[in-house]
Ligand binder design. Structure first.
Ligand code: FAD
Ligand code: SIN
Length: 531
């Protein structure tokens, strides 16, 4: 058993923010399942929302967040995050994030659902710069140990105590070391899940391969409540390309004047369609824009719609979107001269492990922060660029809560080692691949942008079969990274379907044709595990 003061699962924006605060007073171990920069953080483009402009106010940011969130947000959380945003940006600048500035002030861009310019950014690759600065700061800290290529299998709780004492206290994790193939037990006084989202439950997603809902599934299996999993966000503008499947075209392209148009060759070809759907046009919140695109694609039998910013000065376009410009040029698209083919794709997991304002979950000793958590900030639909912000504010809050309560965190007891009796390697890797593809495909078709009772029922039936098959497989074979992820995907998809079936209305990202109305009272979908 390897013991540390605090264990953090995940080296993205949420995990490393927490690590840097904790390291002031304790020894921290950070585990990541692949490379340290392998999560969504490094892929973030648009930026981070914060009230920094004189004409802007906290109240406006709060209102925009709650309008986008379909009124389901918890106001206390929204206030907490919005009011801590300027401080979070200051801390990032302090560790060297080179935010774009103009005339001595940070440059602020605009995205859908925001009533003001309030997005700080580093060109069109904000996440890359943030991830780099966080890793550099963490590496430089003597109290932080970073361990990549460690795939956490499950949480270790009282159930795994050597002395048999009952309870649901979390004491750490079992993790597969990819370099040795062995599973070790890592214990700590407190454990923080910062494992990111579950985008890869869907066939098309902007998220990296590792976004398989691991933290959500592990917390659920250990007995924590999970909330609002039906609110899966689809980003309106993912590049449509037969080779490159998950390249995002930032919302800031629309923020800086880009238009959504129907492609030529159909009635209304070359014309903008968003004015027909919403008075905020291309800058309506994401759920509305994604649904409008989906509607036009289905109505006209299209493969994609066009996102066009070629009416702007080429220098302006290249200056604002240097990375996207280069990437598209490499694929034969010059965005200064021609429109970009785009489709909606899964982008963000609004639901997750239920937490309070300190990042505490239901389980003693366990915290959750960032995209794997549900803090009440996003409600039924996340406002653009509020996600990284949530990671910084809650990473900090959870770490401070642990430090403030340090005396209450006992040292871990003796815990059972991983059961090595499953020694057989699977000779049927094809089963894992097949199940993974099947799951992602039916989630896309049946639990996507537009849902119906019938489709959700079909998905529920399929996930039941798949869960049984994966559970049996898991019991018989030695764990591998792929099997661990598939097990988590199946559990997470099951939570999404269960939540979607429980909501008998349409709100924000959850649109069910059989219940098109929004109920007067906004209620969270809180799933409670059998304990
Ligand atoms: P991640 O950064 O995803 O990190 C997850 C970590 O957990 C990784 O280190 C991973 O290895 C680790 N992990 C997961 N499972 C395990 C396991 N089983 N064992 C060990 N480690 C594990 N948000 C914004 O606010 N602004 C933007 O401009 C923006 N742009 C985006 C663009 C794209 C293409 C995408 C996909 C997302 C974007 N988002 C944006 C959303 C935002 O990037 C994410 O919500 C945020 O980065 C999540 O950070 P995180 O720390 O919670 O998780
Ligand atoms: C984008 O740049 O469009 C993504 C922003 C976000 O997900 O908040």
């Amino acid at each position: 058993m390897i013991q540390h003061d605090v264990l953090i699962i995940g080296s993205g924006a949420a995990g490393l923010t927490a690590a840097l605060v904790l390291a002031e007073r304790c020894k921290v171990l950070v585990l990541a399942k692949g490379a340290l920069d392998g999560g969504s953080t490094a892929w973030a483009q648009g930026g981070i929302a914060a009230v920094l402009d004189e004409g802007d106010t906290f109240e406006d940011h709060i209102r925009d967040t709650m309008i986008a969130g379909g009124g389901l947000n918890r106001r206390e959380t929204v206030e907490f995050v919005v009011e801590h945003a300027p401080e979070a940006i200051r801390r990032l600048a302090e560790i060297g994030v080179p935010f774009n500035a103009e005339a001595g002030a940070l440059h602020l861009t605009r995205e859908g659902g925001h009533s003001h310019r309030r997005i700080v950014h580093v060109d069109d690759a904000t996440g890359f710069a943030v991830q780099k600065a966080l890793i550099a700061a963490a590496k430089a800290h003597p109290n932080i140990t970073l361990k990549p290529d460690m795939v956490v299998v499950d949480l270790v709780t009282d159930r795994h105590r050597g002395d048999g004492k009952p309870g649901n206290r979390v004491w750490g994790v079992y993790a597969l070391d990819q370099s040795t193939g062995r599973v070790g037990c890592f214990s700590a006084r407190a454990t923080i899940l910062a494992t990111g989202g579950a985008g890869r439950t869907y066939l098309f997603s902007t998220a990296p391969r590792g976004a398989t809902g691991d933290g959500i599934a592990m917390a659920w299996r250990a007995g924590a409540r999970v909330s609002n999993m039906e609110f899966m966000q689809f980003h309106p503008t993912c590049l449509y390309n037969l080779e490159v499947k998950n390249f995002l075209i930032t919302e800031a392209v629309r923020g800086e004047g880009g238009h959504l148009k129907l492609p030529p060759g159909v009635p209304g070809g070359g014309e903008r369609f968003m004015p027909r759907f919403d008075p905020r046009e291309e800058l309506a919140p994401r759920d509305i824009v994604a649904r409008a695109i989906d509607h036009e694609i289905k109505r006209l039998g299209l493969d994609y719609v066009h996102l066009d910013i070629s009416h702007k000065d080429p220098e302006f376009v290249r200056g604002h979107f240097p990375n996207i410009y280069e990437r598209l040029l490499g694929l034969g698209i010059d965005m200064t001269k021609e429109p970009i083919p785009v489709v909606p794709a899964q982008h963000y997991t609004c639901g997750g492990v239920l937490i309070d304002l300190n990042g505490r979950t239901d389980l003693p000793g366990l915290y959750a922060v960032g995209e794997c958590s549900e803090s009440g900030l996003h409600g039924a639909n996340r406002l653009a660029s509020n996600s990284l912000l949530e990671c910084f504010v809650f990473g900090d809050a959870a770490a401070r809560d642990i430090l403030a309560r340090w005396d209450q965190f006992e040292a871990p007891p003796k815990l059972r080692a991983w059961d090595e009796s499953r020694v057989t390697d699977s000779d049927e890797e094809v089963v894992i691949k097949q199940n993974w593809t099947e799951l992602r495909r039916f989630m896309w078709n049946y639990v996507g942008i537009v849902r119906t009772n019938k489709r959700l029922e079909r998905a529920a039936h399929r996930i039941k079969l798949l869960r049984n098959e994966v559970a049996e497989y898991y019991q018989h074979f030695r764990v591998s990274a792929d099997l661990i992820e598939l097990r988590n995907l199946v559990d997470t998809a099951s939570l999404i379907i269960k939540s979607a079936r429980a909501r008998r209305e349409s709100r924000g990202l959850h649109f069910n044709q059989d219940y098109p109305e929004t109920q007067p009272a906004a209620r969270d979908t809180i799933l409670v595990p059998d304990r």
